[in-house]
Design a protein around this ligand. Sequence first.
Ligand SMILES: [Zn+2]
Length: 118
Amino acid sequence: MAAFLEKLPENLRAKVRLSDRGCMEWQGEINRNGYGRLWFGGHRHMAHKFTFELYKGPIRDGMYVDHLCRNRCCVNPDHLELVTPRLNVIRVHRRRKRIDEEGNLVGGKMKPTQVVAP
Ligand SMILES: [Zn+2]
């Protein structure tokens, strides 16, 4: 059994499937934005945040857990990274090709320093 699964609570192991890209895809509940959700300890958790905290440690207030693999249902802690709200927004814009290599918004008047997290 992969080390990853050994640490995962037993009732959650069956809900993870390994993809060809190394993603641990959540097979349980998926919300409308494509993120996995789970119940544990009487509370609902975002699946990727749950595994991030389990393997990497607490998520500091205001920080985001970003999927480096772009696969929102992935819960592989090695595919997750803690980022600031500002970096999270910049990455979203960059993925949507709305930001250039220097970090300036394309076709907009705002500079990245003015980008505010939603
Ligand atoms: Zn992944």
